[in-house]
Design a protein around this ligand. Structure first.
Ligand code: 9MR
Ligand code: ZN
Length: 535
């Protein structure tokens, strides 16, 4: 299908909370004023002039005008209309408008569960028999191990420790920071007295525990040797292979298991103790292997690599979480040694760069060191500056490029600002965080609400095998979004010549723009619940 024209007026197509700062991006250079129309009564409830001059926005190569209608606070359904006759998509204002979206974005993780039958009462048409139930062979050996469980990573059915750990940490933080403790979201464990977000995370943790070798190290991933055909998960029946231990997987494992030992204590003390033991064992392995290389695919395996050669950030994170779990100063010293040292550390909130998780939990636990605070808040200040002048209110890298999974980077920036707000409350942090949500839900250069099943222009053809087999997009999935590097044949064929922010195609072949992953949904879970009114 042809990529649709950009929209003249771009809004968050799901809507705005009554107290939000509400801005639409108008790309009609000649528009002079706008009105907010209540679509039920067809009456104008607000009107204002637009700036005379449009501002050039390099990432989108568009001329933008900002329509601020923050003063509209009455619940309802609205659209924006400019004096030259253009209209936006309809959107809502209200404090109860995020429940459905939030539920589907969380239930996506249930729908990605592996090794278990998906119940049609929850998964609907995406129900399927248990998949990937056979043993995995440990790469390069005859040894077979049980590694059933966990979530399918993405549109493929691989299970990868580093991306799983990011997802789990985002859920943990949702529970801790946003006190999201609902036990009725509709997963099989709902109503068991444990918050659903912890039940869902535990589904992954139980799998991760199986990925740890007796020596403490953690296998990087379990997949077949190649990506599956476009089939339902239970139809991928080739030999599963547990790929070699990596330091990044082992470091991330150490961190989330240590944190799990804290969070699950009040619900299941035995499980918490098991997590702490596994964490310490992984940490010992890591400490003995600090000069090892990062993971790369063995020659005969071509599934997702998640390569990452710098694991000092994972090492800091591991040490910080063990410090917070045990109070043992030796972990604090180990973390400080890297934070204060001269070696390169990649700070971030991704599957590769995890350093800000470490700094944040360090600061939350005991105030953190001066350097930890400085590094964290420097990034926060930089983020605010990078968002401020953008025509769509979105964070864009200083090189004005969009990476594979740019929507994760944007959700992560929103998340970072909400984290900063927890440490040092500031209304601007919350405002700019809400702008990242608005971008993801439609205030962007292609006018897509990037979550399947929501908004007026929404991805219909995600690169997600179950959706492709059933020919319907499973709802509640955040797609990768704009990728200015044209990293698949379809994108190369149709997106060349477009501006960086417009390099997005709603086509199942375009795995670099239109795939989905557990760890793109998870920062959105944090962001939505942090901004409020998701129940
Ligand atoms: O999300 C990953 C992205 O940051 C990388 O640029 C890309 C290429 O290495 O890989 C992405 O991860 C994919 C993974 O390797 C396999 N499962 C699907 C993931 C999303 O496309
Ligand atoms: Zn499976």
């Amino acid at each position: 299908e042809a990529t649709p024209d950009p929209m003249a007026i771009n809004v968050n197509q799901v809507g705005y909370l009554t107290g939000d700062s509400k801005v639409a991006t108008v790309i009609e250079k000649n528009a002079k004023s706008f009105e907010v129309i209540d679509v039920t009564s067809n009456k104008s409830v607000y009107s204002a002039d637009l700036p005379e001059e449009a501002t050039y926005d390099p990432p989108s190569e568009m001329f933008c005008k900002q329509a601020d209608f923050s003063s509209v606070k009455d619940a309802g359904t609205y659209k924006i209309k400019t004096d030259d006759g253009e209209e936006s998509a309809e959107f809502k204002i209200g404090d109860d408008i995020y429940g459905d979206l939030y539920k589907d974005v969380v239930l996506m993780l249930y729908n990605q569960r592996c090794g278990v039958e998906l119940d049609s009462s929850i998964a609907g048409e995406f129900a399927h028999p248990a998949c990937h139930t056979g043993e995995a062979v440990v790469y390069g050996t005859d040894k077979k191990i049980d590694v059933t469980g966990g979530w399918h990573d993405a549109g493929d059915y691989g299970r990868y420790v580093v991306s799983g750990a990011k997802t789990v940490q985002d859920l943990f933080m949702t529970y801790e920071d946003n006190e999201y403790k609902a036990d009725d979201i509709g997963i099989p464990e709902s109503g068991n007295g444990v918050p659903d977000i912890l039940d869902e995370a535990r589904y992954e943790l139980d799998w991760m525990l199986k990925m740890q070798d007796d020596n403490g190290g953690v296998y990087h991933k379990v997949t077949c040797d190649v990506f599956p055909e476009t089939v339902m998960p239970e139809k991928e029946t080739a030999q599963l292979i547990a790929c070699p231990i990596s330091n990044t997987a082992t470091g991330d494992f150490t961190a989330v298991m240590a944190k799990a030992s804290v969070l699950y204590k009040e619900y299941d003390a035995d499980f918490a103790a098991k997590c702490l033991e596994a964490s310490k064992k992984a940490y010992e392995y890591l400490s003995g292997n600090m000069d090892a290389h990062g993971f790369s695919n063995p020659d005969d395996i071509v599934t997702g690599e998640y390569p990452d050669t710098i694991f000092r950030d994972e090492a800091i994170w591991a040490a910080v979480e063990l410090y917070a779990a045990t109070g043992d100063d030796s972990y604090k010293k180990a973390a400080d040694a890297i934070i204060e040292g001269d070696d390169i550390v990649n700070y971030g909130l991704g599957w590769a760069d995890v350093g800000y998780y470490a700094l944040y939990d360090y600061i939350k636990y005991d105030g953190g060191s001066a350097k930890a605070n400085e590094l964290f808040f420097n990034e926060v200040d930089k983020t605010v500056e990078q968002i401020k002048d953008n025509g769509f209110g979105v964070w864009v890298s200083p090189t004005k490029t969009f990476a594979w999974g740019s929507n994760m980077n944007i959700a992560n920036k929103g998340m970072l600002l909400l984290m900063a707000n927890k440490l040092k409350p500031d209304a601007d942090y919350v405002k700019y965080a809400s702008y990242q949500r608005d971008y993801l839900l439609g205030r962007n250069a292609v006018g897509y609400c990037y979550v399947t099943g929501f908004g007026t222009r929404t991805p219909l053809h995600p690169h997600h095998r179950p959706s492709q087999v059933l020919d319907v997009a499973m709802p509640g999935m955040l797609v990768g979004g704009a990728d200015s590097n044209l990293e698949d044949p379809y994108a190369k064929a149709v997106l060349l010549g477009k501006a960086p922010e417009s390099r997005y195609a709603d086509n199942a072949q375009s795995f670099s723009c239109n795939e989905i992953t557990i760890y793109w949904n998870s920062p959105l879970i944090y962001l939505l619940s942090g901004l409020g009114n998701t129940k």
